[in-house]
Design a binder for this molecule. Sequence first.
Ligand code: UT7
Length: 322
Amino acid sequence: MYSKIIGAGFYVPDNMVKNEFFESFLDTNDEWISSRTGIKSRFFSKGENTSDLGTKAAEMALDESGLKADELDMIVFATMTPDMYMPSTACIVKKNIGAEKAFAFDIGAACSGFMYALTVASQFIENGSVRNALVIGGEVMSKALDFSDRSTAVLFGDGAGAVVLAASQEPGIIKSYLGAKDDSKLSLVLEALPVENPFVEKAEGSTNKLAMEGREVFKFSTQVVGQAIDEVLKDTGYGYEDVKMIIPHQANYRLIDYAIGKNKNLQDKFYLNVDRYGNTSAGSVAIALSEVRQKGLLKPGDLIILLGFGGGFTWGSLLIKI
Ligand code: UT7
């Protein structure tokens, strides 16, 4: 049994924010942001939370799939900016869309989260435990940003994407490959609750805001892009030439461009939309996948690779037949 994508959707808040927005309160400018990252705009929430974005993306994906919410058996939500620790964002979406019988949980693997979530859901389908699954990747990154830090505030955006997976005799997800390694220098961090209790006088240094050592992350990310592509093709009988499109995590243009430089034969296959959305972390690959389907850039039978990398460090790739 295979798991096949039968619907996709995405949603971003309707507040588009151009690079110039940052010029009034940070020592930065459109020229620096565009040339270093390729980002020209992103969307920031005016109050919608992660579950709101995920719900709208899920409704679009369900619509495309032709399934009703009460036919879903499971919901997995990849995010590092949940509405709450409890209930999970997946449980909130379950309630919002009326997925009566679905079990639901969140997965945290930062910008690789959608790859991890798709892999987990597809395993449930492939082993026959469930028939239909909703997989969402989404973030409200703006609530985790330190808007006084020019080196991170300009990079990220808010948004969510979703797919509906269903059991199928036809190949869908052919292979997935996941990886993780110690980020020993803590170069990409978003802290959770500090340990504060009657036995601890005062927790130190917790900010609840994203902090990043950009160069370390750049180094790590450009190393794993090529490796994740090679690993997911290995032993499948498929090669580079068979792949129609590669949808990478939309971290930033310069990073992807550098990684492509090491894999020149794949140059024309990468789909990028980071210029319009910024880095939406777990949302980015899901949004891009839905966007390419909406634009009609893929047809049944096309082979694509989804590719994520980010905090943890984590990375992952999936080889998928559309
Ligand atoms: O999902 C994974 C997410 N992570 C990423 O995508 C990050 C990967 N890293 C990168 O893409 C790059 O490291 C950045 C785009 C984040 C930064 O580019 P860089 O060429 O590595 O810059 P840098 O960090 O070495 O900083 C160079 C200079 C510094 O100024 P000084 O110390 O040389 O005076 C920074 O303070 O650029 C400065 N800078 C900025 N200047 C204007 C950093 N951010 C900005 C900014 N505007 N927004």
